[in-house]
Write a protein that binds this ligand. Structure first.
Ligand code: ADP
Length: 274
């Protein structure tokens, strides 16, 4: 399963009101790969991901998923997108109907439909009792998990999440990353979209950095830190500062856990010298 984006350009509006948003974008995402798409607010991330399952079609260039053009209905099943505001993605009377909506659209009924819904609710760690409730009676965190279950119930090969951590507490974030990790271990490719590098660098294999509708960097998180002076996560800035002031730590660090380990080791070495 791969997503292939070739030379796509896209503008909103027509004629004199045309606003180019994506400019000659090319990249591929392989099977089970986890990729981060990052860049400032307004640089075109959401517009780009809407092309990955045919919600938007490019003005020129092509998007194919497993060789199928993104305009085909099957592509929606292969690439599931969770948008930033979960409440906007919910519209059914009960949570069950909400999660069943996707598979029903692909012709699944009866016991098989039941199985898809129960498996999806388990995957996101919610109790099955929630299935009979109205999605609009849930907390923000629960709504987000129900929206995620609604995408997972169609068993996508790739899950695309737009700003999934916005508004989440640190325990909510940890829970989300636990779910994503487990999906990744089961072979689901993850595409994480964020304007915050901190939320992405530590969990993806590869990073695509967009600036004003163009890709300005593509590579691993370590390659990003080695080649892009900025922006970098605050924790990387801290490590660069410590190294600059003569403390023996690595500065290509982007997770708090790794930074803690580096600082602890440097401190232990210094203590040993006294
Ligand atoms: P990001 O997800 O990186 O914040 P978006 O893809 O949402 O960026 O937006 C990219 C640009 O396209 C912005 O200038 C935004 O105002 C504009 N834009 C987004 N959606 C529409 C739309 N439906 N019609 C016209 N312009 C839009």
């Amino acid at each position: 399963m791969s997503i292939d984006v070739r030379d796509i350009c896209f503008s909103y509006g027509k004629g004199k009101k045309k606003v180019p948003v994506l400019k000659d974008i090319t990249f591929s995402i392989g099977r089970s790969e986890s990729v981060g798409i990052v860049g400032k607010v307004g640089c075109g991330k959401t517009t780009l991901i809407k092309h990955l399952n045919g919600l938007l079609l490019p003005d020129s260039g092509s998007v194919t998923v497993d060789g199928l053009p993104s305009s085909k209905k099957e592509v929606c099943k292969k690439t599931g997108i969770l948008f930033q505001h979960p409440s906007k993605q919910l519209f059914c009377r009960t949570v069950f109907e909400e999660i069943a909506y996707g598979p029903m659209n692909f012709g699944i009924r009866g016991d098989e439909l039941d199985r898809c819904v129960h498996e999806a609710i388990r995957e996101v760690g919610l109790a099955e009792e929630i299935l009979e409730r109205s999605p609009f009676s849930l907390s923000g965190g629960e709504m987000r998990l129900v929206a995620l279950a609604g995408v997972l119930s169609s068993s996508p090969d790739h899950l695309v999440l737009d700003e999934p951590t916005s508004g989440l507490s640190s325990s909510g974030k940890a829970n989300l990353f636990r779910i994503l990790n487990s999906l990744k271990n089961n072979g689901v490719g993850i595409v994480l979209v964020s304007h915050q590098l901190e939320d992405v660098l530590d969990v993806v294999d590869r990073l695509i950095y967009l600036d004003n509708g163009e890709i300005v960097f593509e590579g691993t998180p370590s390659e990003y830190l080695a080649s892009m002076p900025s922006p970098v996560p605050q924790v990387t800035e801290l490590m660069r500062g410590l190294k600059g002031s003569g403390i023996d730590v690595k500065d290509d660090v982007f997770s708090v856990d790794h930074a803690f380990e580096e600082i602890y080791n440097a401190w232990s070495k210094r203590k040993g010298n006294f």
